[in-house]
Design a protein around this ligand. Structure first.
Ligand SMILES: [Zn+2]
Length: 299
């Protein structure tokens, strides 16, 4: 599932192509991905509107348009790609800095392409999502931060001031495992399974540690680790574990740099112990039994 670094990469790559462009026509082919309005009203509501800005909040991509915002959540397998005008009819090819290339990531419009934004000038933004857990919705004006799906989101980890956040946001009485807390979007927005496991490894914290048992020093280390692994993910333009692709169709480079996620049964890159695989907070979880010792419970 695309997390903060993947969504941030998409936004940063898409923005120079799409900002300032006008949407000529929108085609929505899977109405159930659209929330909050009848599908027949969707395309007319977008036609003719200019894209003013593209930004990210948590794992949501926000297209600020003239008079409204188009919001996309990529779900588990969503891909948002951009196809240039001159190659729009040559599916399977993308222009990259090294020239025109065939890409296994950019697909021609196919049965998994559920939304097409046709921009003035012939460029297109394609939303493709094989497992269809993605979501699309429109919010009038500039009220998107108050939309129920966005207003519940917690702090943006990259903008986090760690010490004030410690007092304000850690639930003191929580018996939840810290892994579950990290996945809770109302705590920190944008962290998912990959970066939660990576941050726990980096801070030496066992994923099953109860939140209330974390010492202040561990909390600080954990939050700093969250920021560090997210920044590293962005630097490597995201983790392509399965479906995630950049807007030009290419894969991110962070997967081979992960320390624990996807590496259960393999040796720890730090101490050589075999990484342990388990289920925490209903999610597959990998940790190092040596570097992340089992938690001691506090009273
Ligand atoms: Zn280790």
């Amino acid at each position: 599932m695309p997390e903060l670094p993947e969504v941030e990469t998409i936004v940063r790559m898409l923005a120079p192509h799409a900002a300032g462009k006008r949407i000529d026509a929108a085609e929505l082919t899977l109405p159930r991905m659209l929330l909050g309005m009848p599908a027949r009203e969707f395309a007319p509501a977008l036609a003719g509107r200019a894209i003013e800005r593209i930004l990210r909040r948590g794992k949501y991509i926000v297209f600020e348009l003239e008079g409204c915002a188009l919001i996309i959540h990529l779900g588990m397998t969503g891909q948002l790609t951009w196809s240039p005008a001159e190659y729009a009819e040559t599916p399977g090819f993308v222009r990259s800095i090294t020239g025109l290339q065939r890409s296994k990531g950019v697909h021609p419009v196919d049965k998994h392409t559920h939304l097409i934004l046709n921009l003035a000038g012939g460029e297109r933004i394609l939303f493709r999502d094989p497992r269809t857990f993605g979501k699309i919705f429109l919010v009038p004006g500039r009220a998107w931060p108050a939309h129920p799906r966005l207003s519940i989101l917690g702090a943006e980890p990259l903008e986090l001031k760690v010490k004030p956040f410690l007092k304000q946001a850690f639930p003191e009485d929580s018996a939840r495992p810290v892994k579950a807390l990290l996945l809770d979007q109302s705590f920190l927005a944008g962290v998912g399974n990959i970066y939660a496991d990576e941050a726990l490894f980096r801070s030496g914290i066992h994923p099953k540690t109860r939140s209330r048992d974390l010492r202040d020093g561990q909390r600080i280390a954990l939050l700093e680790a969250v920021k560090a692994v997210l920044r590293k993910g962005i630097r490597n333009s995201g983790t392509s574990f399965s479906d995630y692709r950049k807007p030009d169709g290419s894969e991110g480079n962070n997967y081979e740099r992960l320390k624990v996620y996807g590496r259960g049964g393999e040796p720890c890159r730090k101490c050589g112990s075999i990484l342990s695989k388990s289920v925490v907070a209903q999610r597959g979880t990998v940790h190092c039994p040596e570097c992340q010792p089992a938690p001691k419970r506090r009273k």
